[in-house]
Design a protein around this ligand. Structure first.
Ligand code: CUA
Length: 319
């Protein structure tokens, strides 16, 4: 064996060490109680065994202090484990303000990655060290699962719904990316590398070969090519509502509900426009299912996010 045996995979984030500490703690607690209980079973079985045929067991009464003792201690251990686990879980799932947004599309059998400024890659993910990153992930086909053992983090990548994965890599290096959900013949080949770079290297990498238009620029082109602007011009009109300032806003629907214009709402409205009709409009919009793939939907949404609320000053100048 040339490689030394390691109990745990390498760790490249703070969350990774927290997860390791919990794992170690739970292992120690489990081993301790397993050993203690096994030992007591053997000791009691030997010590209180039946010594002759006519021996009868002595009736024993309950003991309140003993009952309290073995109820309170396990309860305290369980609550402590829960509180600690919950803390790490919430930290793992929180996305700090200003995280670097990166899109990931899972597809049989590859990971396609697009960075906000346009650089694309397949089966590789380059990120700067020490910077919070938020992956927005969706699948083109079946369920995949994005797993980076060195970050101790894993999230299912689903068809038809966005899922998010946040992390901060704190150690420069190259780490494995696996697909952790059986997704067909080449599931085991659906692997990649996470490259954690120093910030200067990352900036150099960003501007290197393979950079193309940013998703929002592709989205703007697509928006024009699909003639979305016919109905969604800058203003509300009889055919469709304005998309300016839409992202993140509350949208009143024709059936009286109010929904938040988040990623899933916008995606659904592109593919199944009739499901949620905006109050005051007719269900005129055709579906774009089959005309755009998940990456293109992501680009359209990226473009919509750039459409801020109409600025009164700019209307003044154009008048
Ligand atoms: Cu994708 Cu397994």
């Amino acid at each position: 064996m040339t490689q030394e045996f390691k109990l745990l995979p390498q760790a490249a984030s703070e969350v990774a060490s927290s997860v390791d500490h919990i794992t170690l703690y739970l292992t120690v607690v489990s081993v301790f109680f397993t050993a203690l209980i096994s030992l007591l079973v053997i000791v009691f079985a030997t010590r209180y065994r039946r010594r002759h045929a006519d021996q009868r067991a002595e009736q024993i009464e309950g003991s309140l202090p003993l009952e309290i003792f073995w109820t309170v201690i396990p309860l305290a251990i369980a609550l402590f484990s829960f509180a600690w686990g919950a803390r790490v879980f919430f930290r793992m799932n929180s996305t700090p303000e200003g995280s670097l947004p990166i899109s990931v599309t899972g597809k049989q059998w590859m990971w396609k990655v697009q960075h906000p400024e346009g650089r694309r890659e397949i089966n590789d993910l380059h990120v700067p060290v020490g910077v919070p990153v938020e992956l927005t992930m969706i699948s083109e086909d079946v369920i995949h699962s994005f797993y980076v053992p060195a970050l101790r983090t894993k999230r299912d990548v689903l068809p038809g719904r966005y899922s998010k994965l946040a992390f901060v890599a704190n150690k420069v290096g190259v780490y494995d990316i696996f697909c952790a959900e059986y997704c067909g013949t080449k599931h085991s080949k659906m692997i990649g590398k996470l490259h954690v770079l120093e910030d200067s290297q990352y900036q150099a990498w960003l501007s290197g070969a393979g950079s193309g238009p940013a998703p929002r620029e592709d989205g703007a082109q697509l928006f024009a090519a699909l003639r979305c602007d016919t109905c969604h011009s800058g203003q509300d009109n009889s055919r469709g509502p304005s998309l300016a300032g839409l992202f993140g806003a509350d949208v009143p629907l024709a059936d009286g509900q109010v929904v938040k214009a988040d990623l899933d709402y916008l995606r659904e409205s592109i593919l199944k426009p009739a499901v949620k009709i905006v109050a005051g409009y007719q269900p005129l919009m055709p579906t774009y299912a089959g005309q755009v793939n998940e990456e293109q939907i992501g680009q359209l949404i990226a473009y919509m996010r750039t459409l801020g609320a109409p600025d009164p000053a700019s209307t003044e100048t154009t008048r």
